[in-house]
Design a protein around this ligand. Structure first.
Ligand code: SAM
Ligand code: SF4
Length: 326
């Protein structure tokens, strides 16, 4: 799958639910989310069908995301189904890890090889505050332990930077990479309908984070772990892990984009942002051939996103990233 700008698209992020057991301040509003109904969600068979069609067109890598994917029932079943598609050689999971401890072993056996875990602070009370669910921190830590125990590799830690909320922990997060082979990735806060004030007032740039870390020690650019996407990676001398930055706001990485997104209700999105999306679910349920629709969606993949700080312009009416999987 090559788009009109010559980018090879071989990666699909599959959102399996828009629901979540957390309410991260930058992601979801506390109340008022327009939830998808269960009948609107793609079944696991429908997801597998779409993945198989796309695999025949060049898809090689799949990431399962949400909302929080582990709140959907029988997720390992879907993992087994996608792992059974011969062309897919990389199957990963994005999770908040709250439920990871109880599912890690089954997920590993089913075919998940690596995980990205969201963690926005190393301080228990802050995690609970940002996630707006008491008791999150200890469960997330148990999730990390389980991830290491069952051998997910690499483990990537996603940290959304927010001025005044966690920007004083940049050095502490980076210090983890000196001790563990983890890849800590700082993410710039992106504006969506539900976080306009927060994303405008508390934006913290990754360039500033790198400047701070360079004051601590030498940081060398490195190729980064398997599954390299939009992040650019750096390493402290001799460190087993890396520090990555994901800079949707300060620098665009769209020229390296290799992905499309499938929402939980079956819309194929050529870009995380913007209003372009194709309903694959209804044609699929009507017995139509969706390969043509996938090709059409690929052909309109935009050159770049047009996010504007403090504005809904560019986000295509998204209330929250949980609606598309991030
Ligand atoms: N629930 C899972 C998790 O938290 O990892 C998967 C879905 S979540 C939407 C995927 C990623 O998007 C997470 O790393 C999260 O921190 C990030 N994210 C959500 N809203 C964001 C925003 N407004 N700006 C930047 N990153 C965001
Ligand atoms: Fe849930 Fe992930 Fe959004 Fe947090 S970032 S509310 S864990 S979907």
């Amino acid at each position: 799958m090559i788009d009109q700008f010559g980018r090879r698209i071989e990666y699909l992020r599959v959102s399996v639910t828009d629901k979540c057991n957390l309410r991260c301040v930058y992601c979801m509003p506390l109340h008022g989310m327009p939830w998808m109904r269960h009948a609107e969600l793609l079944t696991y068979e429908e997801i597998e069908h779409i993945v198989r069609i796309m695999a025949g067109m060049g898809l090689r890598r799949v990431r399962i995301t949400g909302g929080e994917p582990l709140v959907r029932k029988d997720l390992p079943e879907l993992v087994r189904m996608i792992a059974g598609v011969p062309e897919i050689d990389d199957l990963s999971l994005s999770t908040n890890a709250v439920l990871l401890a109880e599912h890690a072993e089954t997920l590993r056996q089913a075919g998940i090889r690596r995980v990205n875990v969201s963690l926005d602070s190393l301080r228990p009370e802050r995690v609970d505050e940002i996630a707006r669910r008491a008791g999150s921190f200890s469960r997330i830590m148990a999730g990390f332990e389980a991830a290491e125990r069952v051998g997910f590799d690499p483990i990537k830690v996603n940290v959304v930077l927010m001025k005044g909320a966690n920007d004083d922990e940049i050095e502490d997060f980076a210090a983890i990479t000196r001790e563990r082979p983890w890849h800590v990735r700082f993410i710039e806060l992106m504006p969506t309908g539900s976080n306009l004030e927060l994303s405008a007032k508390q934006f913290f740039s990754c360039q500033e984070a790198l400047r701070r870390l360079r004051a601590v020690d030498r940081l060398e650019p490195v190729a980064g772990p398997r599954g390299n996407g939009p992040a650019l990676y750096h390493r402290f001398p001799g460190a087993p892990g890396t520090v990555g930055v994901i800079t949707p706001m300060s620098h665009t990485y769209c020229d390296r984009c290799n992905r499309m997104r499938l929402t939980a209700d079956g819309h194929l999105r050529p870009c995380l942002f913007g209003s372009l999306q194709t309903n694959l679910r209804d044609p699929l349920r009507a017995g139509e051939d969706v390969a043509r629709l996938i090709e059409q969606t690929l052909s309109v993949k935009p050159e770049r996103h047009n996010l504007v700080q403090g504005s809904v312009q560019g986000s295509g009416g998204l209330v929250a990233l949980s609606q598309t999987g991030g």
